[in-house]
Design a binder for this molecule. Structure first.
Ligand SMILES: Nc1ncnc2c1ncn2[C@@H]1O[C@H](COP(=O)(O)OP(=O)(O)OP(=O)(O)O)[C@@H](O)[C@H]1O
Length: 243
């Protein structure tokens, strides 16, 4: 997989619903090839931030920049064609289709004449997700929750995006399956893909990240290298049960 020089930057983003702000001026950047994880308590605006970052929610003010492009002015096909991929928290696979068909849909979503062949992309993606190689002919909806998340990520990676956004990838998974999923996410990061992840599991999320952002009440409370965020005594007390 290629490493692109394209990162993602939020500049003073105010966003919400019906003109009512949930995010109150959020700024940070995810540098190309790095993993940034946003953590924070329930209702702090993590999903709102993610929807805004990937262009699904237009901010009230501020900008989301993806390379030279302003995400907020691009339609979904243009965002995908430029290499921004997104796995939402729910409804992120076609449950009635096989795993292989899901990967085909992911590939064809952005297929262009210059793209590597389907077979090449399939091999590259299955190298990252050996867990689903044996499941290609299975109906996706019958897989376990962790395997379904892997299918969703694999499908999003088929067009070889430079940035992948994951909204609460461990939601609903057992602690062990959440750990396995984050091992896979680590492999994806090591392959050069830039990752923006919103995650409720602070320890797992920050453990897989280069940088951490703590969002509280729609404002950034702390932005620092992930290890520093994990080591912060206030963060440990508030979000890690004092561990
Ligand atoms: N579509 C919507 N319309 C109106 N308000 C919304 C909508 N989606 C979210 N909200 C509100 O925005 C606030 C932040 O919600 P958001 O889902 O972004 O937080 P979160 O940090 O992702 O929470 P959680 O960790 O519980 O998923 C909440 O008060 C929520 O009720």
């Amino acid at each position: 997989m290629t490493t692109s020089a394209t990162g993602l930057e939020l500049r003073d983003v105010v966003a919400g619903y019906g003109g009512h702000p949930i995010l109150h001026g959020v700024s940070f950047s995810v540098r190309a090839g790095e993993t940034l994880v946003v953590v924070g308590p329930n209702g702090s605006g993590k999903s709102t931030l993610m929807k805004t970052a990937v262009g699904l929610l237009r901010p009230i003010s501020g900008q989301v920049l993806f390379g030279e492009a302003n995400v907020t002015t691009l339609g979904a096909p243009a965002r995908a064609a430029r290499g921004l991929a997104n796995v939402p928290q729910e409804a992120n696979i076609f449950r009635n289709m096989t795993v292989l068909e899901n990967l085909q849909v992911g590939y064809e979503f952005v297929a262009s004449h210059s793209a590597p062949s389907f077979g090449k992309r399939l091999d590259a993606v299955l190298d990252l997700f050996p867990e689903i190689r044996a499941k290609l002919r299975s109906t996706a909806g019958y897989l376990s929750g962790g395997q379904r998340q892997m299918v969703a990520m694999a499908a999003a990676l088929m067009p070889e995006p430079s940035v992948l956004a994951l909204d609460e990838p461990s939601a609903g998974l057992s602690p062990r399956n959440a750990e396995i999923l984050f091992e896979v996410i680590g492999r994806v990061a090591a392959s050069g893909v830039t990752l923006l992840i919103v995650e409720q599991n602070t320890r797992l999320g920050l453990g897989a990240a280069d940088h951490g952002v703590v969002l509280v009440g729609g404002r950034i409370r702390l932005a620092a290298p992930a290890a520093e965020v994990l080591a912060d005594p206030d963060i440990r007390r508030l979000y890690l049960g004092g561990a």
